[in-house]
Design a protein around this ligand. Structure first.
Ligand SMILES: NC(=O)c1ccc[n+]([C@@H]2O[C@H](COP(=O)([O-])OP(=O)(O)OC[C@H]3O[C@@H](n4cnc5c(N)ncnc54)[C@H](O)[C@@H]3O)[C@@H](O)[C@H]2O)c1
Ligand SMILES: [Zn+2]
Length: 351
């Protein structure tokens, strides 16, 4: 088992990765009033485990899926917290994927101005990315993660036991964020490239997940609240990814991130931000997980959503993180019209 410390100013935390992490969580929670937030799929799969391992806990079960990452679910969690008479030293446990982690995290941040929080991520995406770093949010009026807070969990426990029930599509989703990290971090890139045949092998994924957490912790420690600009690098592929996710919403978040990175590597190449050779290397990594980039007949309509991206600072301009060279990236701003033209590269034939 690996322990990765996250030295954030607001609250230092640590991430425990590997088999046995759930037992560690149970030990950590000894004696506390525990309030578990989960979704209907995770509850169905792990109901017995929950009853056996957390017999005293209150459990709040929300409908599964991104479309329920909204104020209704947030207020339902808060209502149930109040109903369970939680106090500030009670512990909210986010047991689920990124949707549950983000919503339970936000509920913990605002209930009585802050209750204790731990994350037990159950999807690959949540284990490698969303459970670490303290970003919490709900979607609001069609804008992803519009209402949220930075709120660090005390601990994160990533147990590979949960990955066994994950559908392949969700593994692919987590791999989307892993490939993003590989583009940002040469160490993760080497691991991915040298072991490309093992990307769907759980033993390898466990090592890879810990490396991704190490990288994210390093970034978050230096720019916890995204003020210096450093943390924005974690949004690579997300300007286009989020725009397509809001436009179509049929695929998983990680797949949209892969498609977003594909387009943004094309933009980086065309704008002279990176070499063609480097852009090709990125696209080769993307193809390891998503062999064919799908087409979107109405891709250009994604512009309206890209214009709502939280990274944008001036009207009519779209901001994105572009890859520059190995381990290097830059924030790049394009006039809306030019970005709209690039979006059209996603229309037409499959690639
Ligand atoms: N806070 C952050 O820093 C951050 C970073 C990246 C992504 N996110 C957010 O994370 C969300 C995506 O997370 P996600 O991909 O985990 O989605 P998700 O939480 O919707 O989970 C995906 C699906 O897997 C199911 N599931 C969860 N655990 C399972 C298990 N062990 N076995 C079988 N099924 C299981 C869920 O019920 C759901 O249907 C998005 O809302 C995104 O904005 C947040
Ligand atoms: Zn993401």
């Amino acid at each position: 088992m690996k322990i990765i410390r996250v030295h954030t100013k607001s609250r230092p935390s640590s991430v425990c990765c590997g088999a046995g992490a759930l037992d560690e969580a149970i030990n950590f929670l000894q004696g506390a009033q525990v309030f578990i937030v989960t979704d209907s799929n995770v509850f169905r799969l792990y109901q017995t485990l929950l009853a056996e391992r957390f017999p005293q806990a209150s459990v709040c079960v929300l409908p599964a899926g991104e479309r329920h990452k909204n104020r209704r679910s947030l207020f339902r969690i808060l209502d149930e917290m109040l109903g369970a008479q939680l106090h500030r030293s009670s512990v909210v446990v986010a047991l689920g994927g990124g949707v549950i982690g983000d919503m339970a995290g936000l509920a913990a941040a605002v209930y009585m101005r802050g209750t204790r929080l731990i994350q037990i991520p159950t999807t690959l995406l949540a284990q490698v990315d969303s459970s670490v770093g303290g970003k919490t949010a709900i979607d609001y009026r069609g804008v992803k993660n519009m209402v949220g807070a930075f709120y660090q969990p005390e601990r994160v426990f990533c147990d590979p036991l949960f990955l066994q029930t994950l559908p392949n599509r969700e593994i692919r989703c987590g791999l989307g964020e892993i490939i993003k990290t590989a583009v940002l971090d040469p160490q993760v890139k080497d691991l991915v490239v040298q072991n490309f045949t093992r990307l769907f092998d759980f033993a390898f994924l466990q090592d890879l997940a810990a490396e991704c957490v190490r990288f994210k912790a390093h970034i978050v420690e230096r720019d916890e609240t995204e003020t210096s600009g450093l943390r924005k690098c974690l949004n690579l592929g997300h300007t286009t990814g989020h725009a397509l996710e809001l436009l179509c919403g049929r695929r998983s978040h990680g797949e949209y991130v892969l498609i977003g990175m594909w387009l943004e590597s094309k933009i980086a190449e065309a704008e002279g931000v990176c070499s063609r050779e480097y852009a090709e290397q990125i696209r080769a990594m993307i193809r390891l997980v998503l062999p064919r980039i799908p087409c979107f007949a109405n891709a250009a309509e994604g512009l309206q959503f890209a214009l709502l991206d939280k990274k944008n600072t001036s009207q009519g301009m779209v901001s994105m993180i572009l890859p520059k060279a190995e381990g290097e990236y830059v924030e790049y701003v394009l006039p809306a019209e030019r970005y709209g033209e690039y979006l059209k590269l996603l229309e037409g034939e499959q690639r």
